[in-house]
Design a protein around this ligand. Sequence first.
Ligand SMILES: [Fe+2]
Ligand SMILES: [Fe+2]
Length: 198
Amino acid sequence: MTDIQRVRNDLKLSEKRMRHTEGVVRAAVLLASRHFPEISPETATLAALFHDYTKEYTVEQHLQVLASYGQTATADELTSPKLLHARTAALIAEKEYGLSPEIVSAIRWHTTGRENMEPLECVIYFADYIEDGRTFPACVRLRTYYEKQYASLKDKSRALNKALVRSFDITIRDLLSEGKTVDPNTVSARNSYLRCLK
Ligand SMILES: [Fe+2]
Ligand SMILES: [Fe+2]
């Protein structure tokens, strides 16, 4: 059985979350082929399939996963439990499935992003944002913005970087307006892609 088949068999997600996951698979394969042809469709598929593996866990379940590997949650993760699923999914991908460090890292950073992301990290982070099942107006606008930049700019990596900056802007603005904490990785990610545009 391939890793892709094994993960497909093991994924226990609601129908809605599974539709999102399949959307991320399609978006990740497309983004990889457009911007990072060194990433195989199989690698993009596997990372995308796994990225929300623990998204529907309770906080208790997340803490159990962390504890079983001798880890604890940070204070910020406890106030924003959404952050926990990226960590626990990455841990399970590494320890239980033996997936490659490249894939584990893409899962680990898919929610917050981080400074100067590796190609697969970038693909999964952005695919998660713009997959075609996302109907939240800001996601729809970002998808349209990215497609316009991609179609009109000769420099395709610039098109992606512009869309990445915009994605971090949206996230940071939303978190501020909701009075939530902003993960420092999201801020340094935004600044690093903004520097790329100069
Ligand atoms: Fe996620
Ligand atoms: Fe997701």
